[in-house]
Design a binder for this molecule. Structure first.
Ligand code: HIS
Length: 396
């Protein structure tokens, strides 16, 4: 009997068919190679982690976690990101390795979706973590590596938006004080719901000057001059520190010749709330949503008892492939049809062509119901059928 859900997949789950798979693999390989050249070696961690440790530290909305129970009754989560698992590894198996540590990963991540349509609940992410270096040079290095990785995958037309969560927090604390109010405003920013932000600001019991300061935050976007503008809105110690930090980052990025790619966006708030400093996103020219993002998280590792400042990024492979557009052309393929009497000859020919790097599909004619349909799909067809000895001719 046919089950009603036989062909359906759980919400947000996708299949990757061969053509797209090839494109993804090629992009992934080039980026991983780049990361290794910069001294970031790949690690793997399990797809399942404990909810109370890594799940909690991942700092993603609880309703986005896939949860399940193990045989002992512990709650597990399918990892929603790699930063928290890497913090766990850096603090346990790698705890004797000297800092800074440079690690990379390519992993499937899981984030439950509430609604039908669009967003995948499982996706591949490629990224790096630089653990134990508090300098702006470290932030510049990961941003530069992110840019180089995107270029290596074939994306030349992209932009980087850079912000600083310390600045946003300093401004919000200065004006609205209470953490719940600040959290509500940060939420609008993270959703990029600027209309909601403006409406909410109107309802706040603050002076018109302060309301205006909050609204000016939405306009803090542009080149290096944005930092001066930002200083006129809030200039307490924390804000000044954040802006000095961004200036130092800009100077370092200048050395990497990256300033043409960057825009400051001081209302940038990310989906993960472990970020403590510089945050950034990478955009392609055609997609409206970021294909990579990252930032500094100086307080995450102390949750795993190895306090260390850290920074890193993740690239969404699915979105990158979408931004790259064209999928990779299939290589030329040869079909060798054979009957069992001439199997040996067919295998020898196939081995010869495969040895030259060609793609060869071997097919026993007795196993193909629709020969015309099958041969039509190949550029070259060779036949080793029947009793006759001799070379199968390649119809080129
Ligand atoms: N883990 C973050 C990306 C990141 C890596 N390192 C720092 N941030 C994410 O999934 O969005």
């Amino acid at each position: 009997m046919t089950e009603p859900f036989m062909f359906e997949k759980p919400l947000g789950m996708r299949d990757t068919l061969p053509v797209l798979y090839e494109t993804k693999r090629e992009a992934t390989n080039s980026m991983q190679q780049m990361m290794e050249r910069w001294g970031y070696y790949p690690i793997e961690t399990p797809a399942l982690e404990y909810y109370d440790t890594v799940g909690d530290s991942s700092a993603i909305l609880d309703q986005q976690l896939f949860k399940l129970l193990d045989q002992q009754g512990h709650t597990l989560v399918l990892r929603p990101d790699m930063t928290a698992p890497i913090a766990r590894v850096a603090s346990s198996s790698l705890k004797d390795q000297p800092l800074p540590l440079r690690l990379s990963y390519c992993a499937n991540l899981f984030r439950a979706q509430q609604h039908e349509g669009g967003r995948p609940a499982e996706f591949e992410q490629l990224g790096v973590e630089l653990v134990g270096d508090p300098t702006a040079s470290a932030d510049a290095e990961v941003i530069a590596l992110m840019a180089e990785s995107l270029k290596a995958a074939g994306l030349t037309d992209f932009k980087l938006a850079i912000g600083h969560i310390g600045y946003v927090n300093a401004l919000l604390a200065d004006i609205v004080g209470k953490e719940e109010r600040a959290a509500q405003l940060r939420r609008y920013l993270y959703e990029k719901n600027f209309v909601g932000f403006k409406q909410h600001v109107k309802t706040l019991p603050v002076s018109s000057v302060d309301r205006d300061r909050l609204l000016r935050l939405l306009k803090l976007r542009g080149g290096i001059e944005t930092l001066d503008e930002a200083r006129t809105i809030v200039n307490n110690g924390r804000a000044a520190e954040a802006l000095d930090n961004l200036q130092a980052l800009y100077d370092a990025l200048e050395a990497y010749d990256l300033t043409d790619y960057i825009t400051f966006d001081l209302n940038l708030v990310m989906h993960m709330d472990y970020y403590t400093g510089v945050v950034f996103e990478g955009y392609g020219s055609t997609l409206g949503f970021p294909l990579s993002s990252g930032g500094r998280y100086d307080e995450l590792l102390e949750k795993f008892d190895r306090p260390a400042q850290a920074t890193g990024f993740g690239i969404r492979v699915d979105r990158l492939v979408e931004a790259l557009g064209a999928t990779k052309a299939k290589p030329e393929e040869t079909l060798i049809l054979f009957s069992s009497e001439r199997r040996k000859e067919a295998l020898t020919e196939a081995a010869k062509l495969r040895g030259r790097g060609e793609v060869v599909v071997l097919q026993d004619v007795a196993g193909a119901a629709d020969l015309d349909g099958l041969t039509a799909a190949y550029q070259h067809v060779l036949s080793y059928i029947g009793q006759t000895q001799g070379e199968g001719a390649r119809d080129e």
